[in-house]
Ligand binder design. Structure first.
Ligand SMILES: CC(C)(COP(=O)(O)OP(=O)(O)OC[C@H]1O[C@@H](n2cnc3c(N)ncnc32)[C@H](O)[C@@H]1OP(=O)(O)O)[C@@H](O)C(=O)NCCC(=O)NCCS
Length: 174
């Protein structure tokens, strides 16, 4: 089995959307144009995992100007990265991560997450990392908790999925 992690390219959109639709409820899956803009604006912050040539997972991110109290509108699904991304920002925002179902539970999500943090940490001056996760996404929560992220805020009913689940905002200072 050949596993590799590399930056996403615009030609990978179809594979990324397959991961997205395998990973998220249809009402909260993000759009083609959102992914396209993420790749165009910050390709270094968008990694793909390929297993034997198949796109098995992705992780995407943005650089934000740090603000201790975050305006929750920044987390809005399908927001345009270009509106918020600042190359000289000191906070990395992980906008999404997904691994297709058949490859889950084998450590690949963890691997993608660590690889992004390591790559961005060595090429940009980031002081913190922020993200949101649904209270119901246990594997994702495990990755963040294991990496030392702490809950800083809850947004009730944020996700418009079947359970209308709460979002947990988590942050880690480096
Ligand atoms: C979140 C996701 C990317 C994780 O990828 P993965 O390859 O399945 O995760 P890993 O195998 O690396 O496991 C990560 C941790 O979660 C744990 N875990 C895995 N599946 C789990 C589950 N169903 N419930 C609870 N914990 C779980 C693992 O044991 C591991 O913890 P450990 O290191 O303490 O053993 C993947 O599950 C996914 O795509 N989920 C749907 C989309 C999603 O929730 N995205 C998160 C957006 S914030």
């Amino acid at each position: 089995m050949k596993i590799s992690i590399r930056n996403a390219e615009e030609s990978n959109i179809e594979g990324i959307l397959l991961v997205e639709h395998d990973s998220f409820h249809k009402d909260i899956a993000e759009s083609r144009s959102v992914f396209f803009d993420r790749i165009k604006v910050f390709p270094e912050g968008f990694l793909l995992m390929e297993i034997d040539g198949e796109i098995a997972g992705y992780i995407s991110s943005e650089m934000w100007e740090y603000s201790e109290n975050i305006d929750t509108d920044r987390f809005r699904l399908n927001h345009n990265i270009a509106d918020i991304h600042r190359t000289d920002g000191s906070e990395l925002y992980i906008s999404s991560i997904g691994v297709i179902k058949k490859y889950r539970g084998k450590g690949y999500g963890k691997m993608l997450f660590s690889e992004l943090v390591e790559r961005i940490g060595s090429s940009y001056r980031i002081a913190s990392i922020i993200l949101i996760v649904s209270e119901n996404w246990n594997a994702a929560r495990k990755i963040y908790e294991n990496n030392g992220f702490l809950e800083i805020q809850r947004i009730n009913g944020f996700f418009e999925d079947d359970e209308n689940s709460d979002a947990i905002v988590m942050r880690k200072y480096l």
